[in-house]
Write a protein that binds this ligand. Structure first.
Ligand code: GDP
Length: 311
């Protein structure tokens, strides 16, 4: 068992994933959680990151800091997605090693896998084919992060592990329609249409792509599980094991929100990868499973959105 007073640095503690990790760690009684927001520590600044690690000397690092975004943001800003993510992860992983961090959990993404990977996608699909072009820059950065962790493990025996979460959602998600992921965007669109009495909401693409959605509280639980039980540099998938089409997701969200109008399809927007369902056999066999059904998770996230963003 991890010691509750061990110093754990959650990089990116204000984001969707980082804030869920902090909630979970605090609930479990961990109380030595140094926090720095962007104005106090720029993770892209090598010297600042190095001196932070030198001073704080965390025992454990959870890497939840990244420049992230939905399909449009990724497609429009490949330079920022590649460069910012490389900088942040190089700084943190390198400094963590220098400061003697005993365990680091790097979080990647299911978009690291080839566009036409077998479904559900096993960990072995990594680097077995070309990537989906809309998020290639982000994927390349994340693959470099995985490889850097594996390099520290091989060369220095570091216990740096990497988990690949599927598409995530939950409180503190980004609800900006230009840069968000699909679930947050559709929650907002359905809510605003209901409130304004609009007849329809616009959904991007064809509605045919399939995605898997995991509530971020389930991811946080998986991360703690992996910190306790997983010590291999080989990547491990984190998902819920089920996917749905974007059309089904839109219908489910409208139902939860109580919007009874129509769906209109914007075919000028990209579909992205046709399907992205992770094979979670490896994690299941270790004894972890998700607990939040999609409908409940969406209802809880809508409640959070209603109280924190809409008002
Ligand atoms: P992806 O999983 O990397 O493709 O990222 P997204 O969550 O941004 O998009 C998932 C799918 O939802 C894509 O096929 C999008 O075209 C589709 N989609 C439908 N409506 C929206 C929307 O309003 N915003 C976003 N971001 N995606 C949408």
């Amino acid at each position: 068992m991890m010691n509750k007073s061990e110093k754990i640095f959650v990089a990116g503690h204000r984001g969707l994933v980082g804030s869920a990790l902090i909630r979970r760690l605090e609930r479990e009684g961990f109380h030595n959680l140094p926090k720095r927001d962007r104005s106090q520590l720029d993770l892209a600044d090598e010297r600042a990151v190095q001196s932070f690690f030198g001073q704080e000397r965390p025992a454990v690092v959870i890497f939840a800091a990244a420049k992230v975004g939905g399909i449009k943001a990724n497609n429009d800003f490949p330079v920022e997605f590649l460069l910012d993510n490389l900088r942040i992860q190089n700084n943190i992983i390198h400094s963590a090693h220098g400061a003697g961090v005993r365990k680091l959990l790097f979080l990647g993404s299911s978009c690291i896998y080839p566009k036409f990977a077998p479904q559900p996608i096993p960990e072995s699909a990594l680097l077995s084919g070309p990537l989906e072009s809309t998020n290639e820059a982000y994927a390349i950065a994340k693959i470099a992060g995985i490889k850097l962790c594996q390099a520290y493990a091989r060369e220095y025996g570091a216990n740096f592990i990497s988990a690949m979460p599927t598409n995530l959602y939950g409180p503190n998600d980004n609800f900006d329609l230009e840069t968000s992921h699909v679930l947050a965007a559709l929650l907002r669109k359905a809510h605003e249409a209901k409130t304004s009495g609009a007849r329809e909401i616009v959904v991007w693409g064809s509605g045919k792509p399939r995605r898997e959605f995991l509530h971020v509280d389930d991811l946080a639980s998986a991360c703690l599980f992996l910190l306790e039980k997983y010590d291999s540099p080989e990547i491990i998938n984190v998902g819920c094991g089920e996917d749905i089409s974007i059309r089904e997701l839109a219908e489910l969200i409208c139902d939860v929100v109580g919007f009874t109008g129509e769906l209109a399809w914007d075919g000028t927007k990209p579909d992205g990868t046709p399907r992205k369902l992770l094979d979670i056999t490896k994690l299941r066999n270790l004894g972890w499973q998700p607990t939040i059904p999609l409908r409940d998770g969406i209802a809880q996230t809508y409640d959070w959105f209603f109280k924190n963003v809409a008002h």
